[in-house]
Design a protein. Structure first.
Length: 638
């Protein structure tokens, strides 16, 4: 339970499909009155039954809080991946949570299924027995698919029972798709052996089969009867209307609600009754699809269409295009934002609403490479609340993953479903979006795939651009830094010195130049080798860098010459003392057979009139030369 409400985790894909959305609406309305909330864990696209790859969208199921979830529902036929469903079941079993499988048969759990087999058999028998058709063809879906194979077996059974011949040429596959069905139908027509009925495994194939038959001038149902299965809304607007089987998701949702409530002694109880659970585990509850007898078999000329279908269709077609353009303009602004805050602000426009967007904290770092998945869990404990709609004066902020649901409490309290979707970019999950519509408006639901796709591409693109900027700066640093000393090289120094000159001319402040020249480098190289010389160069450069203020502009000006330019008034005697002290300490502790020392030249301006680079160097060099001469004299007498 969360906030005193029992939680149902609905694992599905393509929640925006009308039938799937119908199931969610009826389920949520039926349970909300009894203190339940439905959390939907949704993929925008289905998987494939035999594909066991780890698709990034499946990461959404890692968001399920099994400890606080009371019941898990898996829409098996929507997810279409036995491996993915099995992982969810295994985790639910670990936490002792019951699982209800919708259209799925697994060893454990409670199954709620459409009785597709008997529903499809009713249609086949109607064609064979009622219409007495003899040359009946079957168009299946994907070869090997369990639904397609089951419907083929039903077709073969009815044909055998009625003594009708079935040849291989009478069975084709349209792959459940429009294009596949059209190709299969055209092959049937051009084969020269026209059937008197084509029974299709789903409505999409049946509608497209009728299209091809009519294109060739073949009368449906006069010459060829065509039937489908599923009962999608489009069948009411075909000519003729399609005979089919309707899978009523409202009724199967009502059946699911009834089973859930049976798990409790009283619907408003907080704890599941273990005896009730034990009596239901392993049971299967079937709902027979409703047979729709219509014009494509010649029985009924017109069938009553859903009242609101044309209005809904019109709403989608007239608003979607304009909203798409608006959404993608928003995403363009996001990608071109200069900061994560600006990218967040770009989302705060219609038609994006009723959504929270959370990112892994590591994904928002300026040096994050979006093409490489970070080690650790898919969703990090430290997350970033990138966007929260319907919130005045929202500002992005850090958030713990454990606090995400607390952040969504107002929407949980309302009882409407929360819909979670993974955000991924180039197959790397980096966060998730949570939709919290305070209604069941199908126009809102229909925009989920578009908005999820747009957000993940926009944030992924923004992150890529930020990383490119970071890498450009890194490359720039590499080219302007001397690799031996870590100081600027002359090219890097020149670029920064130009900016300094502009500031100095504006502020008219003083500037100090300190020139450090390593003593006796040639002698160290000749006697002890160039590695010793390199070490001496490094120590001389380090002595200068550490002795100057942090904002000093330090450069390796020549092989053994180092320059520091400092804005403002500084104590040059103190800097020189620090350089000498550093080198004395190094010499005392290094145990090297030579000493490292530097000759220092200092020049300080009094204003902005004499900050010409060549002048500064010349003055500092004159000062340094005097000290180097003194060092040579001391060396000769020692």
């Amino acid at each position: 339970m969360i906030f005193g409400r029992k939680i149902i985790a609905l694992c599905t894909a393509q929640i925006t499909k009308p039938l799937c959305k119908d199931y969610l609406t009826t389920l949520s309305k039926g349970l909300s009155a009894h203190n339940f909330s439905v959390f939907v864990y949704n993929m925008c696209s289905s998987l494939y039954w035999n594909d066991n790859q780890n698709f990034p969208e499946t990461a959404v199921y890692d968001l399920i809080d099994y400890e606080n979830t009371d019941i898990i529902i898996i829409m098996d036929e929507r997810i279409k991946s036995r491996a993915t469903a099995s992982k969810i079941i295994a985790k639910a079993e670990k936490y002792g949570k019951p699982v209800i499988m919708l259209d799925g048969q697994y060893d454990k759990g409670i199954s709620v299924c459409f009785d597709y087999k008997n529903g499809f058999e009713t249609i086949v028998r109607h064609v064979v027995k009622h219409h007495k058709r003899k040359k009946v063809y079957f168009m299946g879906g994907i070869p090997g698919n369990r639904f397609s194979e089951e419907r083929k077996e039903v077709y073969l059974k009815v044909m055998r029972e009625n003594g009708l011949e079935v040849k291989d040429s009478m069975i084709s596959h349209g792959y459940f798709l429009p294009g596949g069905a059209q190709e299969a139908a055209e092959a049937i027509v051009t084969s020269g052996e026209l059937p008197d009925a084509i029974i299709c495994a789903n409505d999409i194939m049946a509608l497209n089969t009728m299209l091809i038959l009519q294109r060739f001038g073949i009368d449906v149902p006069g010459q060829v009867i065509v039937t489908g299965f599923d009962g999608i809304d489009e069948i009411y607007f075909s000519t003729p209307q399609l005979t089919s089987g309707f899978c009523n998701y409202d009724k199967i949702a009502e059946m699911t609600v009834d089973i859930i409530l049976r798990l409790y002694d009283h619907p408003d109880d907080s704890q599941i009754n273990e005896k009730s659970l034990a009596s239901l585990i392993g049971t299967t509850h079937n709902l027979l699809p409703e047979t729709i007898i219509a014009g494509s078999c010649g029985c009924v000329e017109n069938y009553l269409a859903p009242v609101n279908y044309l209005t809904q269709l019109n709403n989608r077609t007239t608003t979607t295009a304009e909203e798409n353009r608006a959404i993608f303009r928003i995403m363009e602004r996001m990608q071109n934002s200069s900061s994560i805050e600006e990218a967040s602000e770009s989302m705060n426009h219609d038609p994006i609403h009723s959504i929270d967007v959370l990112l892994n904290k590591s994904y928002t770092l300026w040096n994050n490479n979006p093409a490489i998945r970070q080690d650790g869990p898919i969703f990090e404990d430290d997350m970033f609340l990138f966007f929260k709609s319907n919130t005045k004066d929202f500002a992005p902020s850090d958030i713990k993953k454990s606090d995400v649901i607390e952040n969504l409490k107002p929407y949980v309290d309302m009882g409407f479903p929360l819909i979670f979707n993974t955000l991924d970019y180039i197959n790397i999950p980096f966060g998730f979006a949570c939709f919290h519509f305070a209604n069941y408006n199908e126009l809102n639901y229909s925009k989920i795939p578009l908005i999820v796709t747009a957000i993940r591409n926009a944030i992924g693109g923004f992150s890529t651009i930020q990383y490119q900027k970071y890498m450009s700066k890194q490359m720039e640093e590499i080219y302007k830094i001397d690799s031996l000393t870590g100081l600027y090289n002359r090219a890097g120094f020149s670029r920064h010195f130009q900016d300094m000159q502009k500031r100095l001319k504006a502020t008219k402040g003083p500037v100090t130049v300190i020139l450090s020249d390593l003593d006796r480098l040639k002698k160290i190289n000749d006697i002890y080798g160039h590695s010793a010389g390199d070490s001496a160069i490094q120590q001389s450069a380090r002595a200068l860098k550490l002795s100057c203020p942090e904002d000093a502009l330090c450069v390796r000006f020549g092989g053994d010459e180092f320059l520091a330019v400092i804005e403002g008034d500084v104590d040059t005697d103190e800097i020189k003392k620090k350089i000498d002290s550093y080198l004395c300490e190094y010499n005392a502790n290094s145990n090297r057979p030579y000493e490292v020392s530097s000759s220092i030249g200092i020049y300080k301006t009094t204003g902005a009139d004499d900050i010409d680079f060549e002048t500064l160097i010349k003055k500092a060099d004159e000062s340094m030369y005097k000290e180097k001469t003194e060092h040579h004299k001391k060396s000769e007498h020692s």
